[in-house]
Write a protein that binds this ligand. Structure first.
Ligand SMILES: Nc1nc2c(ncn2[C@@H]2O[C@H](COP(=O)(O)OP(=O)(O)OP(=O)(O)O)[C@@H](O)[C@H]2O)c(=O)[nH]1
Ligand SMILES: [Mg+2]
Length: 402
């Protein structure tokens, strides 16, 4: 620990006394040392339930680093605790007690008000071959016509390469404004030779990082940098019932270090329950075999509740979805569904497909986390490589070992 830190981070008398009192519970003979084995117990007694297991692990490692013959002195113990305290607000019993109400709990309202005033941005990219239901799914997700029409309904000649277009909308729900940008990639995988279909998409993703970086490092920085970085890429797997195709593997492997990929099985109403189950399992095996990083299971988290939630989401991946922007009458209610000759497939019925699980993850529970992961993992990676590494970042980042 640096000397500067030693001088700056000073414990109050109350904190010192509390640390000493708890330490001595594990040092009854007052030798001024505790056993390394007891470090976790002392820490837990001081910090209570607030401590995370990853932090406890880090404290234990620090203890191992400074222990002599399996014992830790009080001096080293306070240093370890100070280090913990400097990096978090989870101080447990070391927190100062307030004599009276101060009112800073209103910070929650202040944050909410500020965020609501500015609104939220969410940039979603959809990738998959033509006709897999990408536009329909976007409309299903956001309950409106927010996507461009299919080029199947309005036949256009196939674009020569993957052309990327972004459409921006502002949608409002209970006075929350969401600036939603949908990036579509028509033509992906539709060529005779699809070897480099992923390339323009990677370029597009990196271009948004570059624009953000330029704003960040510019001398006259904007107060609020517009965020066009892709927060989530929904990858549509065709419902072949076989396994991932080389094109799918290639795309996900090339992009997974740059963007959060959420794979979905498109048009899963075309598969029987058994086929869907077996297909899903094969895709999961392929993802594991090719070490493809998908969201959220491919991202580590310290938060225990998030780990549990991730495991719950993980068992649905890739989501077998069905999309529809048409409302149909079912049991007297108008619902999003697909009407076929043999019955009605309800999009929002968990017994029919996993659309609700996908929507809950994308919109209800993980929208902010997707943005944070983009910023803290993917953009950070780009930024680091760009500021240290070669100018041609696309080349550097698409190398297999990056
Ligand atoms: N069976 C079935 N058909 C679907 C589903 N989702 C969309 N479709 C139909 O598939 C056709 C193409 O859907 P789009 O949403 O336009 O497909 P797209 O992927 O956006 O196609 P491009 O814009 O050409 O890339 C339409 O006729 C949709 O009604 C689905 O889940 N199941
Ligand atoms: Mg479309």
């Amino acid at each position: 620990m640096s000397e500067e830190f030693d001088q700056q981070f000073i414990l109050s008398q109350q904190q010192c006394e509390f640390l000493a009192k708890t330490f001595h519970k594990f040092d009854p003979d007052e030798n001024g040392v505790i056993e390394l084995e007891d470090l976790a117990k002392v820490t837990q007694e001081i910090l209570g339930n607030e401590i995370r297991s990853s932090e406890l692990q880090a404290i234990r490692l620090k203890g191992e680093g400074c222990a002599t013959e399996g014992y830790i002195t009080f001096g080293d113990f306070t240093k370890i605790m100070r280090e913990h305290m400097s990096s978090t607000t989870r101080w447990g019993g070391l927190k100062s007690k307030l004599q009276a109400f101060v009112g800073f709990d209103s910070i929650q309202d202040q944050l909410k008000e500020k965020a609501l005033k500015r609104g939220f941005e969410f940039n979603l990219m959809v990738v998959g071959e033509s006709g897999l239901g990408k536009s329909t799914m976007i409309n299903t997700l956001f309950r409106g016509t927010v996507s461009r029409q299919s080029c199947i309904q309005h036949p256009e000649p196939l674009p020569p390469t993957v052309k990327i277009n972004s459409v921006c909308h502002v949608i409002e729900e209970k006075s929350v404004n969401l600036k939603l940008s949908i990036t579509d990639t028509p033509g992906f995988g539709d060529q005779i030779n699809n070897l480099k279909s992923w390339e323009p998409i990677l370029e597009y993703v990196n271009k948004q990082f570059e624009a953000y970086l330029n704003e960040e490092v510019s001398i006259n920085r904007k107060k609020y940098i517009p965020d066009t970085r892709i927060h989530c890429c929904m990858y549509f797997i065709p419902p072949t019932g076989h396994c991932l195709r080389p094109l799918d593997i290639e795309f996900m492997k090339k992009l997974d270090k740059h963007v959060n990929i959420v794979p979905v099985i498109a048009k899963s109403d075309t598969l029987t329950i058994e086929e869907r189950h077996a297909f899903k399992q094969r895709i999961r095996d392929d993802i594991t075999h090719h070490k493809i990083r998908i969201y959220p299971s491919g991202y580590e988290t310290d938060e225990e509740d998030e780990m549990v939630a991730n495991a719950a989401i993980d068992k649905f991946l890739p989501f077998a979805i069905i999309g529809s922007d048409q409302l149909h009458q079912v049991n007297g209610k108008k619902i999003l569904a697909r009407k076929t000759k043999w019955g009605v497939i309800e999009v929002e019925n968990p017994a029919h497909c996993e659309f609700v699980n996908l929507r809950n993850m994308l919109i209800k529970s993980r929208m902010l986390d997707l943005k944070e992961t983009t910023d803290k993992v993917h953009y950070e990676n780009y930024r680091r490589q760009r500021l240290h590494g070669p100018r041609d970042i696309s080349d550097a980042l698409s190398q297999p070992d990056n």
